[in-house]
Design a protein around this ligand. Structure first.
Ligand code: AQP
Length: 340
């Protein structure tokens, strides 16, 4: 008797079209998304509903949504293997999110560190959507019965909340949702700002020149940012947990992940270095070479918006095929009258 092949683990993750994709997004999440495509069933979502939790210029949001799609494809997301889609194209996310809002205690949301730091910046403009952001994220994940969610370290708390929400719903209404596991890399889960290695590289700060490296940056811009990267007054080029060495650690992490070398090989490459200048130059060379093909492919893809829209429509169809029956089940579980 032949054994039934076990189903491939299902992966879901998302990215906001809220600004320019940077090396933190790529190394913390997207590089992994590309790697797992062959052995897992992958759903990648451009989360525009999340992006508007802080104000987005409508024209820019539209451009960035296509821009992020083009960049993800340029990074290696293959629409023949993975479903790449826009969140607002699949209504089930908004519907599921409303039901989950109603089972999520307010106190759980008020404790979220990302909410607290973003609300601190937004002040009186803080939207209700910013508070319920992680519930929408929970709906994104739970509607697909995702097994694994590859994300950066900043999303760990939201993933724990997703599991708590799923358990609460299952407890109230009966077994409905699978509990997903976060996939957080050992290296690269938190790429830091080049101008301030104590703060994570972020789209929100990407207006500050030298803070981040965008995937579409020119060679000159990449070299400018790395030349000015903040380090410390020492000379030692080794991975370290010492907060003083956060800048060097960040540069070594970029080098390691982009060259696919081990920790030991990475350190060995700098055993004869004369100082941090050599490290910055080597990292700049590696970044320029890694981003060149991505930028070229991006330029090609972005010049054909009709083709991008066609690929996103295929992705949305694949996503709806799973999310719609699941949201229907959710509605039935809570006692809604669901027409046949
Ligand atoms: N600096 C980072 N290091 C590692 N991973 C990161 N991610 C984001 N920044 C880093 C991961 O990238 C994925 C998509 O991110 P997102 O755009 O949806 O989320 P974000 O946290 O809002 O990203 P930004 O760019 O840093 O924007 P703001 O300004 O809102 O903080 C996620 O898996 C995320 O973990």
């Amino acid at each position: 008797m032949t054994a039934t092949p076990s189903p491939r683990p299902r992966v879901l993750s998302g990215i906001q079209p809220s600004g320019h994709m940077h090396l933190g997004n790529y190394l913390g999440a997207v590089q992994k998304w590309v790697e797992v495509q062959d052995e897992k069933e992958c759903f990648y979502c451009i989360v525009d509903l999340h992006a508007i939790t802080v104000f987005q210029d409508p024209k820019e949001l539209l451009e960035q949504t296509r821009g992020v799609a083009a960049l993800l494809l340029a990074c290696g997301i293959d629409p023949a293997k993975s479903a790449l889609f826009v969140q607002s194209h699949v209504r089930a996310h908004a519907e599921g999110s409303w039901v989950l809002n109603c089972v999520t205690p307010l106190g759980w949301l008020e404790r979220m560190t990302q909410f607290k730091s973003k609300a601190d910046k937004e002040k009186q403009r803080t939207s209700a959507g910013l508070l319920t952001y992680p519930v929408l994220q929970a709906a994104d994940i739970l509607l697909y019965d995702a097994d694994e969610v590859p994300v950066g370290e900043d999303q760990r708390q939201h993933l724990e909340l997703t599991r708590d929400i799923a358990q609460r719903f299952n407890h109230l209404y009966g077994e409905t949702f699978k509990l997903p596991k976060p996939l957080i890399r050992e290296f690269g889960a938190r790429i830091m700002g080049l101008d301030d290695p104590t703060a994570k590289m972020s789209k929100g700060s990407s207006g500050t020149r030298g803070h981040c490296i965008r995937l579409t940056d020119s060679e000159d811009e990449i070299r400018y940012a790395l030349k000015r990267a903040v380090t410390d007054s020492g000379r030692e080029i080794q991975f370290s947990d010492d907060p003083e060495k956060a800048g060097v650690n960040n540069l070594l992490t970029l080098y390691k992940l982009l060259t696919h070398k081990s920790r030991e090989e990475t350190e060995a490459d700098f055993s004869d270095a004369r100082g941090y200048g050599d490290l910055k130059k080597a990292v700049a060379d590696v970044v320029v070479e890694a981003l060149r093909p991505i930028r070229e492919e991006y330029d090609r893809l972005i010049s054909d918006p009709a083709e991008l829209d066609r690929l996103l429509a295929i992705g949305a169809d694949k996503a709806r095929a799973l999310a719609e029956p699941k949201v229907r089940l959710v509605k039935e579980r809570v006692g809604f009258f669901v027409p046949g």
